[in-house]
Design a protein around this ligand. Structure first.
Ligand code: BEZ
Length: 219
């Protein structure tokens, strides 16, 4: 790929307040603050009517209820017009029998793309990469994932990250590699020598080491 000297627009980081925006979408005008009190999964795709993006939208649409159950609002985004979105979503209904019930932002002026660092110029100066922002009910960025155009996203992984974030918030735990909801969780590591010694004797936990202790998943 050719090297260019252009810079990527800034990317909100974990812990940052998610930049608010107003945008037009396949469901009409919206702004991020409309969703206060809900998780927002803001995800961008490179372009409508492209093969990988179509497979992703079909899967997001099929799993819509699982996001709803988690109090999470999906919002798609690309640098396409609202008419392009409408035509593409209609085609998905007709050909694949899936209804896309979430809004898809038509970010023609790249306002949201620039606020969220969705244009990576060396990949494309005119389309968004595949990004996923997890924005919590207070409007704070809690996780972000980026993929290149050639890699379709895994919806299970997006739900898994959302579950991990909500478990961590609710139960003050962390989740290990390959964790899924219901699996054992990790207890925060002790912060003092005394607490570490006590942890090593704790019979209520599966203590692998003073800093790594596991317990059953909270419900
Ligand atoms: C796709 O969704 O298939 C795609 C989109 C942009 C570039 C390459 C592939």
């Amino acid at each position: 790929m050719a090297e260019t000297s252009s810079v990527t627009s800034s990317i909100p980081k974990i812990g940052d307040r998610a930049p608010d925006f107003q945008a037009n979408s396949s469901k009409g005008p919206l702004s991020l603050k409309d969703y206060k009190g809900k998780w927002v999964i803001l995800f961008s795709h490179p372009a409508d009517f492209t093969p990988v993006c179509t497979t992703e939208f079909i899967e997001f649409a099929k799993r819509y209820d699982e996001f709803e159950k988690r109090n999470a609002q999906l919002i798609g985004l690309s640098i396409d017009s609202v008419y392009s979105h409408i035509a593409w979503l209609l085609q998905m209904e007709k050909i694949y029998g899936v209804e896309v019930k979430f809004p898809v932002i038509a970010d023609l002026n790249m306002n949201v793309a620039n606020l969220y660092g969705l244009i990576h110029e060396r990949a494309s100066a005119t389309s968004t990469v595949r990004a996923v922002f997890f924005i919590d009910p207070e409007g704070v960025v809690r996780a972000l994932i980026y993929y290149p155009a050639s890699t379709g996203r895994n919806i299970d992984e997006i739900l898994r990250v959302l579950d991990s974030l909500t478990y961590a918030d609710s139960f003050m735990i962390a989740t290990p590699a390959n964790w899924n909801a219901g699996d054992d969780v990790i207890v925060p590591q002790p912060a003092t020598l005394q607490a570490a010694k006590e942890r090593l004797k704790d019979k209520n936990l599966n203590v692998k080491d003073w800093f790594l202790a596991i317990k059953k998943s909270p419900k």
